[in-house]
Design a binder for this molecule. Structure first.
Ligand code: DGL
Length: 256
């Protein structure tokens, strides 16, 4: 079994890519809804949650743990790799492909404040920015809209326009979805930017890495099950909206 987690529903965007690439694997998804969002939380708190969840997934039988969250990867990937007895796959904003796709040399990374303020992101910019101008935008409210299952309503639309309009006006032609919640807003973002900007999501690349790591170590029958630390009745409604249909969902307490 492959264990996948995020602060909430965002990591389902990664889970979908993993399931498409590895349809025969059993997948267990943990949404840490009781502690969502991670973005504004102190580093040590995100580290504590990520480690507790990683251990919980291993205790459930995970042969691989996937951190389907840029914020938790930034805070805790090294810690989980040191502490867990199984391979850990993390993710980071797709800055390199975004720069490759840009003609203007101006790219923007939409992510959480936790990701954008982390050492990992600073190192990513150091390694790949070259002569490109990298604009960073923390968009905490977008996480909330996705958690509420609102992917296209007037409020989320207005919020996305508010983030994108100044970027496009500045000549940005490549946008990185640096938070796993944001691929669920991709149709809306694509509609608003049209052909003016490329949209980069690292979910499929993460799934390819999971496939490499899981080769030979995780098997199953293609079962897919979700667990939330929040209120399952509430989470189930949003989950069905973002996933496009219901998934089996139960509750678990994962304490530090
Ligand atoms: N989906 C997460 C990420 O990729 C975190 C969102 C949040 O909880 O703030 O960064």
């Amino acid at each position: 079994m492959i264990g996948v987690f995020d602060s909430g529903l965002g990591g389902l965007s990664v889970l979908r890519s993993v399931r498409d690439m590895l349809p025969g694997q059993d997948l267990l998804y943990l949404a840490d809804s009781a502690y969502c969002p991670y973005g504004p939380r102190p580093l040590v708190e995100v580290q504590g949650r990520a480690l507790a969840i990683g251990r919980w997934l291993v205790a459930q039988g995970a042969a691989v743990v996937v951190i389907a969250c840029n914020t938790a990867t930034s805070a805790a990937a090294d810690l989980l790799r040191a502490e867990l007895p199984v391979p850990v796959v993390g993710m980071e904003p797709g800055l390199k492909p975004a720069i490759a796709a840009s003609r203007s040399g101006r790219v923007a990374v939409l992510a959480t404040s936790g990701t954008l303020g982390g050492e990992r992101f600073a190192s990513l910019v150091d390694r790949f920015a070259g002569g490109a101008q990298v604009l960073t935008v923390a968009c905490p409210d977008l996480v909330g809209y996705v958690e509420a299952g609102d992917l296209d309503g007037p409020e989320v639309r207005a919020a996305v326009v508010g983030y994108l309009a100044p970027l496009l006006a500045e000549g940005v032609d490549s946008l990185v979805l640096g938070c796993t919640h944001f691929p669920f807003l991709r149709p809306l973002i694509a509609e608003l930017v049209g052909p003016a900007a490329a949209i980069i999501d690292t979910g499929p690349a993460v799934a390819a890495q999971v496939a490499r790591v899981a080769a030979g170590s995780a098997r199953g029958v293609g079962a897919l099950r979700c667990v939330t630390t929040g209120d399952p009745a509430e989470v189930a409604v949003s989950l069905a909206r973002v996933w496009g249909g219901p998934l089996p969902l139960s509750w678990a307490s994962v304490e530090i």
